[in-house]
Design a protein around this ligand. Structure first.
Ligand SMILES: [Mn+2]
Length: 337
């Protein structure tokens, strides 16, 4: 963990945290899961069995038990055990409003990662020089509240042991679970988001955890410390101060706070990344996202995600390749040596 100390994140602080509605509602269900039951069906890669009797402190990581070896890990990633940066698949797509397919994204992104180099000429660093692990995919409930709690618990495990997380969605609701987990360890978190859509609805199709509500839920959790760039689809009642240009985004963030970056791949122009659930014309260029990475390089980034890649709508697989490349560049920008 020594490598992280210079970035202002040493050991997990013991903090009292408020209970969020999401957590209190389903903590009872989590206890059931923690008693050793396999939480839901099977996935082609890794299954994580929630074993052990109680979820307590640093020993929690041991309760995440691999029951199947991943067939393919992300480029140059090894076991998550001694990793400082952990890739975690969250193949959940039940909160999608239009078309599904994002549950296939972790597999597609890992496969696409095999096509790129591990060295970054931009950040002059190599994935092979950092302790990168791939924990495989979570086995998730199809119920949004349960799945988000599972994601939150897994992410909390990694944060408690000083690891950084890179989460592969899934639809954008996955980010609600990730931030819930990070905030248990780092309640002062701030969040930067790239998204074509404002995701500001309080509820959608009867659910507060629809992917159309993601930014609203984050905004509530982090006491307003969220800023979003790349947005060109609004409903009209947004808190407009949250939506900024990608060039303005780093200036809104406090460099001294732990920071999370969520990338909905649909923020990038659909001519570059067509394989998404809700394409929205007029998006960002790839180079603008790289410039954001450069501007955030000295921030204390504690995690990032890439969500909403839809392999069924990605005929040339370039969306998955772009996601893999952004993960590679992001890891090296924020945690490279
Ligand atoms: Mn979106």
């Amino acid at each position: 963990m020594d490598g992280f100390q210079g970035k202002g994140f040493t050991k997990a602080p013991q903090v009292k945290r408020p209970k969020f509605a999401l957590e209190s509602k389903i903590s009872r269900k989590l206890d059931t899961a923690a008693e050793g039951k396999l939480v839901s069906g099977t996935r082609p890669f890794f299954q994580i069995l929630l074993a052990g009797t109680k979820w307590k402190g640093q020993n929690r990581l041991k309760s995440l038990r691999e029951v199947k070896t991943a067939k393919m890990r992300f480029l140059e990633a090894g076991s998550p055990d001694n990793a400082q940066v952990v890739i975690l698949g969250a193949p959940f797509e039940e909160a999608s409003s239009y078309r599904k397919g994002s549950a296939l994204a972790p597999t597609a992104i890992r496969r696409a990662s095999q096509s790129i180099e591990s060295y970054s000429a931009i950040f002059r660093a190599d994935l092979r020089d950092i302790a990168l692990g791939d924990a495989g995919d979570l086995v998730l409930s199809t119920q949004p509240d349960e799945a988000l709690t599972q994601i939150a618990s897994a992410v909390e495990e990694f944060l408690l042991t000083g690891r950084r997380v890179v989460v592969l969605g899934g639809d954008h609701s996955v980010t609600i679970g990730v931030i819930t987990g990070i905030r248990r360890v780092l309640p002062q978190l701030q969040v930067a988001v790239l998204d074509a859509h404002s995701d500001w609805r309080d509820s959608y199709n009867g659910s507060r955890y629809s992917h159309a509500c993601t930014i609203r839920r984050i905004w509530e959790m982090v006491e307003g410390r969220v800023w979003v760039a790349g947005t060109r689809s609004f409903v009209g009642n947004e808190d407009w101060s949250r939506y900024v240009s990608i060039e303005e985004l780093p200036g809104k963030l406090d460099p001294s706070r732990p920071t999370y970056l969520s990338i909905d791949i649909d923020a990038i122009d659909p001519s570059l990344c067509p394989g998404v659930g809700n394409p929205e014309p007029g998006g960002l260029k790839y180079e603008q996202v790289i410039s954001l990475f450069q501007a955030m390089r000295n921030f204390t980034v504690v995690g990032m995600d890439i969500v909403e890649v839809h392999p069924p709508y990605d005929p040339a697989e370039v969306t998955a390749v772009t996601a893999a490349k952004l993960i590679q560049e992001g890891i090296l920008a924020f945690w490279g040596k």
